[in-house]
Design a protein around this ligand. Structure first.
Ligand code: ADP
Ligand code: MG
Ligand code: ZN
Length: 484
């Protein structure tokens, strides 16, 4: 960021829930259904059709709210947000306005520039629109399209909107927020949160001000950002654009913009609408929504472990922070790690294996890491062999790779490949005695206080044992036998 300037960023995130049915009707939520086959009078807004809220969706939004430390309103209200768009059959969207389901939360994120607490203003329930496909030479844009195809399968799919306070300050923080929110939603199991498929998407509000200025600047809102990388780039681009504009004597217009991935730029889309433009009013077809305290408490009790807690638990067990993050982000790796540790493996060692070269090998043969080719028991067996000095750590990696390739259990492989380290003192002692007897002059030098030949003798013993002796044991024996 240019010195003397500070950015202010707030993010609005839409998450499509993966409930079985839509928000206010019994139609299935099915992305693969043929166009306009998952629709009914309610989601097509035929006259006289009446909406009934989806209980599962309410449970899911309460989960999200609780995971974000929000207060859950016992009573919340559905509103009509009125606007015309061809893929919005009712000409209004059922949403919430005053009294959303969840308010006043916060989330801790770990950005490169340190930890940040981001306030969550609200988490509210709404429904998705249908999908328009613009056909023709416009490359999918409405301008230059010959015609537009409408698919109402998505109309009425439960949508949760999560709004932050303007607490973020840098592009990296915005990305870290988006990433942590995605992890939380995935951990809760309420959405597939696929950014590339649009089931999770960001609207990014950015303004700039001179450092120390107590007032916020005028913001722009860039809509439908669909990757974490783009989220970071949008913020960086808008900061530069706005600073340049102001320094050149201009001023920022409050407007809605969109992100063009090819040009890596945002462009103005429309001037910002105000909430008055939507003529919000309470939906007369829907009663106030009640989330009783017992229901709330039952949902709270059902929450799974959250990603931050899981990472902390892995660090506590002995994994380093970076490995803990990689493990916690992968269902396959985290279960392997937990199984191995439960079977008595050294957590630190297993965390290193599962996040290093070996996992690259695993990924090459499996694509995703839910590999059943590696079991927690095998990891524990291997860890125990290293701990017992039976296997060197470099040999352990070879054994692990072979285990992944299905060659057998670590012990079988180590024995078959003759990789077992000799740590039996008696066996090593025979080799040490032979080496000392054959190198009397070196032994004499050490007796005179010249320690230089020590390394040579140890090397000879290693050679004698074909490199398989535990170096620690060799060292101890050579020391003891030459220095008395
Ligand atoms: P809407 O966009 O629907 O009008 P809000 O006014 O509640 O909604 O603000 C939306 C988002 O914009 C919030 O995440 C908020 O934190 C953020 N925001 C508000 N003011 C600013 C500002 N001056 N600069 C950057 N972000 C802002
Ligand atoms: Mg907005
Ligand atoms: Zn329907």
């Amino acid at each position: 960021m240019k010195p003397g300037w500070e950015a202010v960023i707030g993010v609005e995130t839409h998450v499509e829930l993966s409930t079985r049915s839509k928000m206010f009707c019994r139609c299935p939520v099915d992305v693969d259904a043929a166009p306009n086959t998952a629709c009914c009078p309610v989601c097509l807004a035929l006259p006289g059709a009446l909406p009934v809220p989806n209980e599962q969706a309410i449970e899911d939004i309460v989960k999200i709210g609780l995971a974000l430390d929000c207060a859950i309103n016992e009573r919340s209200l559905f509103y009509r947000k009125n606007y015309f768009y061809p893929d919005l059959p009712k000409n209004y969207q059922i949403s919430q306005y005053t009294f959303p389901v969840c308010e006043h939360g916060s989330i801790e994120i770990e950005a490169e520039d340190g930890p940040v607490t981001v306030g969550i203003t609200r988490v509210h329930m709404e429904e998705d629109t249908g999908k328009s496909t613009h056909v023709g030479d416009g490359g999918g844009r409405i301008h230059d399209a010959d015609h537009t195809l409408l698919d109402f399968n998505r109309a009425g799919v439960p949508l949760v909107e999560i709004v932050t306070e303007p607490d973020l300050r840098t592009p990296e923080q915005a990305r870290a927020y988006g990433s942590e929110l995605q992890r939380i939603v995935l951990a809760l199991g309420v959405s597939d949160a696929k950014l590339e498929a649009g089931s999770m998407r960001f609207d990014v509000n950015v303004s700039v001000r001179r450092t120390g200025d107590p007032e916020f600047g005028t913001r722009t809102e860039t809509k439908n950002v669909n990757s974490l990388r783009s989220l970071q780039r949008v913020v960086a681009f808008e900061i530069d654009r706005q600073v340049e504009l102001i320094e050149a004597g201009g001023s920022v217009t409050q407007e809605t913009r969109h992100w063009n991935e090819e040009t890596a730029q945002t462009a103005a889309m429309r001037s910002k609408e105000e909430s008055e433009d939507y003529r919000y009013f309470q939906d007369p077809d829907l009663l106030p929504l009640e989330v009783s305290e017992p229901w709330r408490d039952a949902i709270l009790a059902s929450l799974p472990e959250l990603p931050a807690d899981r990472r902390a638990r892995y660090v506590e067990a002995g994994a380093d922070a970076a490995a803990a993050e990689l493990l916690a982000d992968s269902r396959g790796l985290s279960s392997r790690f937990e199984e191995a540790v439960a079977a008595g493996a050294n957590a630190r060692t297993v965390a290193i294996w599962l996040t290093g070269d070996v996992v690259a090998h695993l990924r090459r043969i499996d694509g995703d890491i839910d590999a059943t080719v590696l079991s927690g028991d095998h990891l524990a067996e291997l860890s125990a062999m290293v701990e017992a000095g039976e296997l060197s750590s470099s040999a352990a990696k070879d054994v692990l790779t072979a285990t992944i390739d299905g060659e057998g259990s670590p012990r079988d492989i180590a024995e078959a490949k003759d990789l077992m380290q000799v740590s039996d003192v008696g066996e090593i002692e025979v080799a040490v005695d032979a080496v000392l007897a054959a190198n009397a002059d070196a032994v004499a030098k050490i007796a005179d206080g010249d320690m230089k030949p020590m390394g040579f003798l140890i090397g000879q013993v290693m050679r004698e044992t074909g490199g398989k002796a535990d170096p620690k044991v060799v060292q101890q024996l050579v020391r003891a036998k030459t220095q008395g």
